[in-house]
Design a protein around this ligand. Structure first.
Ligand code: PDD
Length: 283
């Protein structure tokens, strides 16, 4: 079924959408993006995604493509025009089109693209089965806190996991886990929940921040620190978080079963809380 997408000020059927071959997002991955989940036709954690978008843009000295009011209206239009009940809205802002040059133009008009992906995120099969992950040496650039569209290495790592018959890769540096290819990584040991501290090494997940808040509200102990592959393999539970995954259990790391190879109670509970609270707060 054809979707209505948004491209530089226009809502058009996806087959008719066009961008310039000179768009720097296309030529140089000179762009940033956000993925916002939609539950029951409402935007989840929207304010967090917009705040991170502004941070990504400002770190790359890029201009916003439109005002915040316009951006919210475009998101709402995407939901409405595509009759999106459950799924995701992808937003990409690029520095715009200019003749190819490593130096970027000061006056290019930013490019903006939005499209929807329908998916029943709440009832995703992975929530019940859990994911199997392998570890892969992290070869991304050093500013992973900026949500750029340079996704070739995460894509490569995901394919590496698939080639091994697994679901995803956890990217590691010196034996320490940074994050998943498109999600933040967590473990649970003795009731304490551990996820890597913020820094340039990982994306500052909007779902991660919400889950830390909900876990603390539920009197769970949370530690924000690096953890090793060995510590992860010996954990009682593991899981990942992302707008596209909410909280999804991880049941195997590099062939080692975690928590007997089935989703753990804390990950399962946090997923329930996240979905329940997101439904309440979605706009
Ligand atoms: N990815 N880490 C990385 C590298 C990510 O790409 C993502 C999200 C996250 C989780 O962030 P959040 O909770 O804000 O979604 C962590 C999106 C979903 C994607 O690329 O599809």
């Amino acid at each position: 079924m054809s979707r209505i997408v948004y491209v530089n000020g226009e809502y058009v059927p996806e087959e008719e959408a066009k961008i310039s071959v000179f768009d720097r997002g296309f030529l140089m991955a000179d762009g940033v993006y956000e993925v916002t989940s939609v539950i029951d036709g409402k935007l989840v954690d929207y304010a967090g995604h917009v705040a991170r978008l502004h941070r990504s843009l400002s770190e790359l000295k890029m201009k916003p493509a439109c005002s915040d009011d316009e951006l919210l209206e475009i998101h709402r239009q995407m939901v409405e025009r595509n009759a999106l009940e459950n799924g995701m809205i992808y937003l990409q802002v690029t520095r715009g089109a200019a003749d190819r040059d490593f130096a970027w133009p000061k006056d290019a008009t930013p490019g903006i693209v939005l499209f929807t992906q329908a998916k029943d995120l709440v009832n995703a099969p992975a929530a019940k089965t859990g994911l199997k992950v392998v570890t892969v040496e992290d070869q991304r650039w050093a500013r992973r806190d900026i949500k750029t569209v340079q996704l070739l290495f995460p894509s490569f790592a995901k394919m590496e996991a698939k080639a091994q018959g697994k679901d995803d890769a956890w990217l590691v540096t010196d034996g320490m886990v940074n994050e998943g290819t498109s999600n933040n990584a967590w473990i649970v040991k003795g009731g304490t929940i551990v996820t890597r501290h913020l820094g340039n090494e990982i994306l500052h997940g909007i779902t991660r921040a919400a889950v830390i808040r909900f876990a603390k509200e539920a009197q769970m102990k949370v530690e924000e620190r690096a953890f090793s592959i060995e510590e992860a393999k010996a954990a009682d539970e593991a899981f990942c978080t992302a707008a596209s995954a909410f909280v999804t259990p991880v049941v195997e790391i590099d062939g080692a079963a975690i928590g007997g190879g089935v989703p753990g109670p804390i990950a399962t509970r946090l997923r329930e809380i996240y979905i329940e609270e997101s439904r309440k707060m979605a706009i």
